[in-house]
Design a protein around this ligand. Structure first.
Ligand code: KIV
Length: 279
């Protein structure tokens, strides 16, 4: 039976009832179809696609055009999951007008249910402008990969008192500005749990421990397809890279030893035509 589409109201209800929310990244049509069929509540077209799909070293080179191409293909694959689209690097930091224009594109052209952007109190004015315009926003605090140069690497955030207090203040500023969801990346579990209890926003952890309202992981990390060491916060559920490479090696060998194509892979022609053509 088809699932009912997941709405923002359903996400708040799940938080209120203590039902955990599953979120996963998807970047293309087939993975969207499969994740939706698997029953995931939320899909994130994250700007992590820059590293996972496009081979960049960070998320910084990702553009609005990259995001929209991938978001549109994911949208076409979804029936029920709630779709969140990431705002890429510098697409919301130059002016409120720019932030609103790009958020509008992600909703209108990409067909998202919500946009996500990185940062704390400093992005609150952009969050307010976007939510005032009626666009739901998911914040993202802790390790914010677009600011990796400022953070000095991909590290756990909020480990000391000042950092933890700042993160609490950032979460509250985002809520005040109108955000409904909050991703917390690489945040100590006790802090992520305390923030979850202190806010009405739906919190989603990635390396945020079990106290968050939900969890998000990068699809390619759980499939063993990200071609990097599985990060500590992820869990490996399959070796898809091994399966793909093994299957292609088999194909290469079949072609080279003449076992592919077999007669059943070809198309027959009427014998009389073959004769007339003198083939
Ligand atoms: O870009 C992304 O995939 C993300 C998740 C890791 C939360 O922001």
């Amino acid at each position: 039976m088809d699932r009912k589409p997941v709405t923002i109201g359903k996400l708040f209800k799940m938080k209120a009832e203590g039902q955990k929310i599953s979120m996963i990244t998807a970047y293309d049509y087939p993975s969207a179809v499969l994740c939706d069929r698997a029953g995931v509540d939320m899909i994130l077209v994250g700007d992590s696609l820059g590293m996972v799909m496009l081979g960049h070293q960070s998320t910084v080179p990702v553009t609005m055009d990259d995001m929209l191409l991938h978001i549109k293909s994911v949208r076409r694959g979804l029936k029920a999951a709630f779709l969140v689209g990431d705002m890429p690097y510098m697409s919301y930091s130059i002016s409120l007008e720019q932030a609103l224009t790009n958020a509008t594109r992600i909703m209108q052209e990409g067909g998202c249910d919500m946009i996500k952007l990185e940062g704390g109190a400093e992005v609150a004015p952009a969050v307010k402008a976007i939510t005032d315009a009626g666009i739901p926003v998911c914040g993202h605090i802790g390790l914010t990969p677009q600011s990796v140069a400022m953070l000095g690497g991909y590290k756990v955030q909020g480990k000391d008192l000042a950092g933890a207090q700042k993160m609490i203040d950032d979460a509250k500023a985002l809520q005040e500005a109108g955000a409904s969801c909050l991703v917390m990346e690489c945040v100590p579990s006790a802090l992520a749990e305390a923030i979850t209890k202190a806010v009405d926003m739906v919190t989603i952890g990635i390396g945020g421990g079990p106290g968050c309202d939900g969890q998000v992981l990068v699809l390619h990390d759980i499939l063993g397809l990200s071609l990097r060491k599985t990060p500590k916060m992820a869990k490996l559920y399959a070796d898809v890279a091994g399966q793909i490479q093994g299957a292609v090696e088999q194909y290469v060998s079949d072609v080279s030893n003449h076992s592919f194509p077999a007669p059943e892979n070809g198309f027959a022609m009427d014998e009389s035509i073959v004769e007339q053509l003198k083939l």
